[in-house]
Write a protein that binds this ligand. Structure first.
Ligand code: 28G
Length: 642
């Protein structure tokens, strides 16, 4: 009797645990927006990867089923179905007890950093409308199901016999928790592809049953293949260099390759998970490369005694790098709001020592490569110095009225001097710009119409950018410098709002502007100052009453509610008069802005590289895959590229 009572208590405790997750989902998965929604997928996939890394199962399949149900299959040993010490099955513990799922350090395998908080399967269960786990283990197929945030609805049932082993998890995210449930295939494919590159001989398969698409990712060449993929639309200047080794307890893998781009691209990973905000491993790599290149430049006489060292940015111009480290769980430390930054101090030393040693050796062995790359670095250094002098002049210009001259006739400024309340609207086209100027709240809202196409900053040097009239105006309007000299504290506007038509051209302008901000004013995005305006797609009129719909779902809902009305589809902002534009898109009390995250900007920049890179085949494939939303406005790359 006493024993039974104990089981009761423990099961009550378990349910309370999951209740806590439902009360404060943000504590466990960061947020309940699309990022948080996808976090559910990563949690389950990470467990499957752990099992594969322990040596069981070579294939992991992620399926997006028709009604946004996620299914993950692995070919591992199968989650244990036997009794746990608490009396219930281990399977039940994994899915109902906080922190019990997922990261099983006791097996001594390679542990994934597990995304944000690494809390695993039970959190996914807690945030699901229903979840079903099926295990093939020891000749039999077992199943257990849960609903309403992790309440068990069936005990462990045996479905039949099998000669396989493995686990399958299917779940439907709870709409009471996630306001918008729509999985992003690109994002899931991207993550699966990254994992496959980093894992080497494990296959990741992604199936989207909503659109009948299947992709299989398998790369036996690992990081080298990853680098090929990252640089596939660029012109490379060197072969791929791979460096790897183990320093103390930390495994380090680095792959780098120079291209003729002006941008640097560094991708870092800790235990297979992308560290979007870098951290100590990235710092170690960067300082090592700068040191090695400077030392070698002096050795070859490219830098003389009197010359200053090259800066890190010069050394990395055009260089694509992957830094991947594996760190034992007891040394893992993450920092930052989204825990995307590695804090482990030993990781810096490990990467730094390894790169200094192996890269020096590489340069010694490849003198010709060394000389070519060092000349390129020198050119970058000279150009950067020139741009810096020009910027300093521009800064002085701010005092002597140069900015005012650049902006006059283009910017309709706000009256207020309070940058926190001020908003800068970047508006596509002169006619919409005119309506925006008339309709705005001129106390706090400034309007900058964008006339021509926006320059593709991925392919331009900083000097080219400052010569471009459109971007130069934008730089002066924001008033906080550019590039390494950008000072987010000096901005003239708390919100920079991109307002374009809801068509392909508008999307392209957004993508180009976000790329510019990402490359040259990154902290503007990081600090949350960049937004996208959301103009309505439809106007519904019924007599004197006017309603607006912002997407097709909303249109359908409004039509169902209001019966017969007259419907106008807006082709662009220019079709709205000043009052309508204010009312639907600019009025702070009514509008719905989208705040741009760093992840959005990275996606934008990736899109620009695909659409405007050097490789036409990739571009064609991308357009075929993505440009189905607007077949009527055809995509003109040349016109767009300006
Ligand atoms: C399908 C989607 C996600 C998993 C396994 C396999 C085992 C396991 C998972 O054990 C509990 C704790 C330490 C042993 C381990 C099976 C040993 C023997 C496993 C997954 C028990 C966790 N047989 N496969 N967990 N350990 N796949 N896929 O989650 O003592 S989780």
């Amino acid at each position: 009797m006493a024993v039974e009572k104990k089981y009761d208590e423990s099961s009550i405790q378990i349910l309370e645990g999951l209740e806590a997750v439902r009360k404060r989902p943000g504590m466990y998965i960061g947020s309940t927006d699309l990022r948080g929604l996808h976090h559910l997928v990563w949690e389950i996939v990470d467990n499957a990867i752990d099992e594969a890394l322990n040596g069981y199962g070579k294939m992991i399949t992620i399926t997006i089923e028709k009604d946004n149900v996620i299914r993950v299959d692995d070919e591992g040993r199968g989650m244990p179905v036997g009794k746990h010490s608490s009396g219930v099955s281990t399977l039940e513990v994994i899915f109902t007890k906080l922190h019990a799922g997922g990261k099983f350090s006791s097996e001594g395998g390679y542990k994934t950093a597990g995304g944000l908080h690494g809390v695993g399967a039970s959190v996914v269960n807690a945030l699901s409308e229903w979840l079903e786990v099926t295990v093939a283990y020891d000749g039999a197929l077992y199943q257990m199901t849960f609903k309403n945030g992790g309440k068990k609805i069936s005990p462990l049932t045996t479905l039949g016999k099998t000669n396989k082993t493995g686990s399958t998890v299917r779940f439907k995210a709870d709409k009471a928790i996630f306001p918008h449930i729509d999985y992003n295939l690109d994002l899931i494919q991207e993550r699966a592809r990254e994992s496959a590159y980093l894992l080497g001989d494990i296959t990741m398969k992604v199936i989207d049953e909503r659109v009948n698409k299947t992709e299989v990712y398998h790369y036996k060449d690992g990081l080298r293949a990853f680098l090929d993929y990252l640089n596939e639309d660029k012109t490379v200047l060197s072969e791929a260099i791979t460096l790897s080794g183990k320093v103390n307890e930390i495994g380090v893998q680095v792959a780098l390759q120079y291209t003729d781009d002006y941008q640097e691209n560094t991708y870092s990973f800790v235990n297979l998970v992308r560290t979007a905000d870098g951290g100590t491993h990235e710092v170690g790599y960067k300082s090592a490369l700068t040191k090695v290149m400077n030392d070698f430049a002096r050795k070859l006489g490219i830098l003389k005694d009197k010359d200053k060292n090259f800066e890190g940015a010069d050394v990395r111009e055009g260089c694509t790098t992957i830094v991947s480290v594996s760190i034992p769980e007891n040394l893992l430390q993450f920092e930052g709001q989204t825990k995307g930054k590695l804090g482990t101090p030993d990781a810096k030393a490990a990467v730094e020592n390894l790169v200094i040693e192996k890269m020096t050796y590489y340069l010694e062995e490849h003198r010709e490569f060394a000389a070519t790359i060092l000349k390129k670095i020198q050119k970058a250094s000279v150009a950067r110095e020139a741009a810096r002098r020009a910027r300093e002049d521009a800064r002085k210009g701010k005092q002597n009225g140069k900015s005012e001259r650049i902006l006059s006739g283009k910017l309709a400024p706000a009256q207020s001097r309070d940058y926190r309340k001020n908003e800068l609207f970047l508006v596509e086209g002169d006619s919409a710009g005119g309506s925006a100027k008339q309709g705005r709240d001129s106390k706090y809202q400034a309007i900058l119409p964008l006339r021509g196409k926006v320059l593709n900053t991925e392919k331009k040097s900083i000097a080219d950018i400052e010569k471009n009239e459109e971007l130069n105006t934008l730089i002066h309007a924001i008033g906080a410098g550019i590039g390494a000299d950008f000072e987010v504290d000096d901005i003239n506007y708390g919100k920079i709002i991109i307002m374009t038509d809801a068509d392909t051209d508008g999307a392209h302008i957004q993508v180009l502007l976000l790329t510019f901000f990402y490359r040259y004013m990154r902290s503007l995005i990081e600090k949350g100052h960049v937004y996208l305006a959301q103009p309505p797609l439809y106007k519904l009129s019924k007599g004197k009453n006017v309603l607006y719909a912002y997407d097709d779902d909303e249109l359908a809902a409004l039509m169902a509610k209001n019966g017969k009305c007259e419907i106008q589809r807006y082709k662009g902002l220019g079709e709205m008069n000043a009052d309508q534009l204010w009312e639907t898109t600019m009025d702070p009390t009514k509008r719905a802005l989208i705040q741009v995250s760093l992840g959005d900007a990275i996606m934008a920049q990736r899109t620009v590289n695909t659409l405007m890179g050097d490789n036409a085949t990739i571009r064609r494939t991308w357009i075929e895959d993505h440009v189905e939303f607007n077949l009527d406005d055809d995509f003109d790359k040349e016109a767009f590229n300006g």
